[in-house]
Every structure is written in structure tokens, then in C-alpha cells.
Design a protein around this ligand. Sequence first.
Ligand code: ZN
Length: 436
Amino acid sequence: MKVHTLGGYEEVGRNMTAVEVQNQTVIFDMGFEMEEVINADGEVNEMTTNDALETGAIPLDEQIMDKDVKAIVIGHGHLDHVGAIPKLAGAYDAPILCTPYTKRVIQGILEDDRKNIKNDVIAVEKGDEYAINDDLTLEFMHVNHSIPQATLSLLDTPEGKVVYGNDMKIDFSPVIEETTDIERLKEAGSNNVKLMIPGTTRVSSPGRARSEESVEVELRGVLNSCYEAGGAVIVTTFSSQISRLNSLLRANDGRRKVAFVGRSLKEYTEAAADLGLIDLSDVEVVSYFDEVEQLMNRVDNEKEEWLVVATGNQGEPGAQLDKLASGTYPFELSKDDHVIFSSRTIPTPLTEANRYSLEKKLKEKGVRLYMDVHTTGHAHKEDHRDFIRYLDPENIVPSHGTIQKLGDYVELAREEGYSLEENVFIGENGRTIEIG
Ligand SMILES: [Zn+2]
């Protein structure tokens, strides 16, 4: 068994891994790296595949181009896992396998990119066994993350089972969906898992990731205080964070009219509504300039009647929160208004600079700010220890992190009895690791 560590082994982003068993190859994830896209000052949709490869926005997949690829398995719908599909998938004569919500996200980005790729996109429900061919079977196991229908992929091969889990946590009080399917993980673990490929994004944080329900409690408290004080209330969070949006609706509990403002909010929440993951019947969802202009004009006249959820929590220039702060619409923020960040700033120089200038605009107007009402979608160190103990893999190739994070994971694996380069390996982008 060979593991090709193609992307996400020297950074958080552009995830792509290929597992080769007896000349048959399965690809896991095809993501892009937001930072590189922004640095290149381009729209990823407008880039050719070669441009995207050159800027480092997408993984270099040259070393598997001549392999017999049987399937492209996508773990969940975040852009660092699906964003390179329009650029790379078309080169492989293989179907894309994912859960139904992830399929909706992929269809959306394919439409935006306007590239015609001929791969079938096949939705596989969690818990179903999907036969890729006589040798390879796939099952998606349920885990918690920060987007609906995230999975651990369990691939059964002639040389043993492979578990790919590149973004997951264990949430004992999730807001939508169930707790990570611990029983199924243990069952899989008792059947000889040959290899596990876990994401390491937050392995350096001690203890456990906080639950979504605890954030809902905090959000309710903040909202209560804002409603008591009066004024406009604007919340910003990640558009794909459907649990958080459900929490907001519950915390609001019908007290104010709710509007979701922004294109990505519209796309992610409408896909979720179609699958019964959020109820938008009492929510005004707007994205076009004229629609937003009209709505914000109404909000400006009845500030205490509205809860506005807007895109742009990272301070992205041109996103809705930035527009609201810049006076783009007939809506004026003042010292009686509140902006709640139900998010965490991604710690890169560019994002921090964007957030600084957004906060500066808001502070100049005297707006009251509430930061970090948030929890991560990624396992902390003790969650990771549980995943290792449940799945009991023979070998581990940690992924989705800088070398530092991969190293921190190796330290954990050593605590659990593994040895570096014997049964736990540090990949680099472009490395091939022989297992067994
Ligand atoms: Zn993710």
C-alpha cells in the first residue's frame, strides 16, 4: 500500500491524498488554499488549472497522473477539501463520491467555475456500503465537524482498511445531527484498520474541543444583552456553519425578524434547507445588491426589530459586513448598535490585516463589538487520542497541517505507542510513503 501525500502536508489547506493498493488508486479530497488564491490577487474561478497550480492554490497531482484512479472520495464540503475539483477532477476517469450535502456544495462550485468535467458526482448516504469495484468498498462513517454531513471515510481494500478523516471532532452536545458514531468507529477499529489519515489542524490544543451547544448558550446570553440594550444587532459567522445558524435562530426564538445577507450564506443555507437541516421559512435570505439595499433600508428604519446575519467574518473586503461597515447601503451603524463575531480570525497576516481594518471602521462608528463567540470544528489533542483508541490503526499518516502540527500529532501517537517512520509518518507535499 502506498500513500501519496499531495497537499495539506505543509499547510492548513489544499488537502489531497491518494492511496494506491495493487495498482488501483483512490483519491481523498481535492481542496484549494484560500490564502494562495488571495495572494495571487485572482478569482479562483477565473484561473486555468495551470495558473492555479503555479500559484500554489491547488495541490500538485503530477505524481499520480498515470495511476489507475478508481474513485475520488470527498470527506466534506469545505473549500479546502472540494475547491480544486473543477481544476483537477476532470483529468481522472473516476466518479466523485460524497454525502448528499457535499454533493450540493460541489455542484455549486462547478457551476461557479463553469468548467465542464465529466466525472459523475454520486451521493452516498452515511452507513451505506458502496462498492467501487470488486476490490474496493467505501463507507462514510458519521463524525461532527463545522459543516453538515462530514465523514470519516472507511475504504476496504485487498490489503486492509483505510480510514481517511481529514477534519472531525467529537461533539457530545451537537446542535444538529448526532454525536460522532463512536460505536461504528470502535467496530471498524476491531476489524484491523491498516492505515488512518487524520487531520491535525487543532491537535496542538490541549483537552477537548468545546461543544456547539455551549456556544448556543453563550450566543443566547450575548443576544439577550444586546436586545435589552436595544439597537441593531448584526451577527457574522461561517456560511457553511449550519449548526451555528440553527443556534442563532433558536437563541433569537422569534423575538426579532431574521435576515441572512450574502451570496455564500444563501447558497449554503438553501442547500441545507432542501435536506431538512435548517428551517428558512421565517428567514429573509438576500444576496443581490438591490435586494440587500432594500432590506437594509428597512432595517435602518426599524433597527430593534431585526437580527441580521451577514457574511464577512474574516473581514474580507467586499463581503457584506465590510459593506455594512463602509456605508455601502442606506443603513447607518451607530454607538447603540452591536456586531457579534461568531467566528475566530484565521491567524494569517492577510486575514488579520483585513479584520483590523474592518474593526477600525466599526469602532470609528462606536459600534459595540463581541468577539470569538465560537468553537472549533476540529479535534483537540484528547479527541484525537480517542480517535486513535477507537480505530486502533496499524499505521498513521497525519495530514492537514503544517510540519509543526504533524509533529505535535506524532508526539501524541508516540504517547499511544507508535514510532516515527515505523508506523507513524510525517508526509510532505509530493511524498510517497510505503506502508507495511
Ligand atoms: Zn473542514
